[in-house]
Ligand binder design. Sequence first.
Ligand code: FAD
Length: 317
Amino acid sequence: MKVIDRLTQLKSTLFSFELLPPLKGHTIQTVFNTIDRLVAYNPAYINITYHREEVVYRPDSRGGTEPVKVRRRPGTVGLAAAIQQRYNIDVVPHLICGGFDMHETEDALIDLDFLGIHNILALRGDADKVVGKFEPKIGGHRYAVDLVRQIDAMNRGEYLEKFMDKPKSTNFCIGVAGYPEKHPESPNFESDLRHLKEKVEAGATYIVTQMFFDNSKFFNFVERCRSMGIEVPIVPGIKPISVREHLSLLPKIFGVHIPEDLAVEVEKCADNRQVYELGIEWAIAQTKELKNADVPAIHFYTMGKPDNIATIAGSVF
Ligand code: FAD
């Protein structure tokens, strides 16, 4: 079933979560263990992230280091298919612009279609950590909106190859990312919302947000989206804080704001065990308020660690 149908035909707020493919060389069983822990809360769908290759420094033959390109977490498409088959739960693989030219994107979409996967979260992809900015592959897309346009074109039977005999239309449901505290690279909120609206006009039917720790940021974001005519369902993304280092890491990596009340409480914790418990408590409070506000679904970032998400889901869903 398409995610948009679930989001619009729901009786109450849905539960969904995101998983990472295992590190290269690790077993798929670790992912199944995460799902086994969360399946009792009846996830409406499961997202699987996509990871492009990255530059890392490895020892070279002269005793120094050299940059090498590695993909630490391949396997998104295979993992998505394996999950859908094993659990009979709809999967939403992430597809990114980074590392793909348009023909490779088309091939990936054909693979997904053949595997019976009809939901995609269409993203630009993270910037390269070493280069510090996003660079598309030659012949690839610079912005998520261009990827959305390509998927939407295939949904209308338009492939890159123009001389095909009666090409089959695909039937993908396309979600995109939104940023309640604006995307870190955006010059301002208005510009980010304008580009978000372009993604919806290009064919995205729902939005999933970046994590946030202050619900007023989310409610304000939804209001601003509505006031500029973005009418599609907006699903809040929640990540519980679990270690003290998140206070500085999450703002730095994701451009999100940690409310002062939360920062004060984290600083009072004697150790990371207490931070972990506090993160659960905070996320439960956030989730309850969002559910009371009738959000269509609440999407959890598991980072492959299901225990805190299970506790939160157990007390809210
Ligand atoms: P875009 O929508 O392309 O926006 C990127 C920036 O460009 C924004 O500042 C936007 O305002 C601006 N912009 C957009 N269009 C234009 C235009 N036409 N002209 C000028 N500026 C424009 N990353 C991964 O690598 N793998 C994942 O699996 C993954 N999953 C994610 C899931 C969620 C729910 C979220 C919120 C993020 C995820 N990310 C993932 C991170 C995401 O790739 C980064 O946040 C990335 O920096 C932006 O992606 P986007 O799709 O929002 O990009």
